[in-house]
Design a protein. Structure first.
Lengths: 110, 110
DNA sequence: GTTATCTATAACCAAGTAGTTATGGAGGTC
DNA sequence: GACCTCCATAACTACTTGGTTATAGATAAC
């Protein structure tokens, strides 16, 4: 994952409204009106947030009749987690042990 | 972890210079001059970035003679990872299984 | 084709961000 | 106390961001 992409993903996550939108989309695909109803904010504001999320690859949209349903695309969150994982040893004392466990799990799978 | 804190942490991580600073501090504590030498940027710009990182709790500083050494504080990264973990099931098919494993590890520890 | 609904876009505003140069303050050293 | 060195702060600029209202575009229904 390159710096441009990380800039976009972390930037998208740096706003509580956008995080709340992702939380909602984790439950169910939603249209702009549904999302607008959840916040004390205008519809264009929500559309803008969706555009940011879409730009970071965190949301996809497809027409469903007259509506456009927003759908969570979690893949970039995996990459962000991957970046954070490099620092895990600095906060998780049991990281080394956990790491070994995950390695053995991988081997078992392959 | 509350929204204010997540805003600060993700916001701090949304800049590649600041991520690079964290990468450096993961290797060794550094003073402002050292960090400035690593980037094509003025010293006050680096001082500003450090202030943002400090505000997010990602960096602490203590005087060491005439220098102020910046030190990585990784705890907030743990919290950010915790937030992202809520979405793990959406990108990691083997999450459920992994989760069970971690649970058993916790029990074993306690 | 008119109308209604849903959403995107345009134009604007206030505030924040990322950088600059210039300068001042705090800590050692002589 | 004079002088360096290290760093922070001030003042400024250009750009971005997060919101607004007003409006236009696309699709479906009648």
């Amino acid at each position: 994952m390159d710096d441009d992409q990380l800039d976009l993903v972390f930037g998208a996550l740096a706003d509580r409204t956008r995080r709340a939108i992702l939380a909602r989309l984790a439950e169910t695909d939603s249209n702009v009106n549904d999302l607008t109803a959840l916040f004390t904010m205008s519809q264009p504001a929500i559309s803008k947030h969706l555009k940011v999320l879409e730009g970071a690859g965190l949301v996809s949209r497809n027409r469903q009749g007259t509506m456009r349903l927003s759908h969570l695309e979690a893949e970039p969150l995996k990459d962000a987690t991957g970046w954070l994982a490099d620092y895990r040893e600095y906060w998780d004392a049991s990281y080394a042990r956990l790491d070994a466990l995950l390695d053995s799990l991988k081997k078992e799978k392959s």
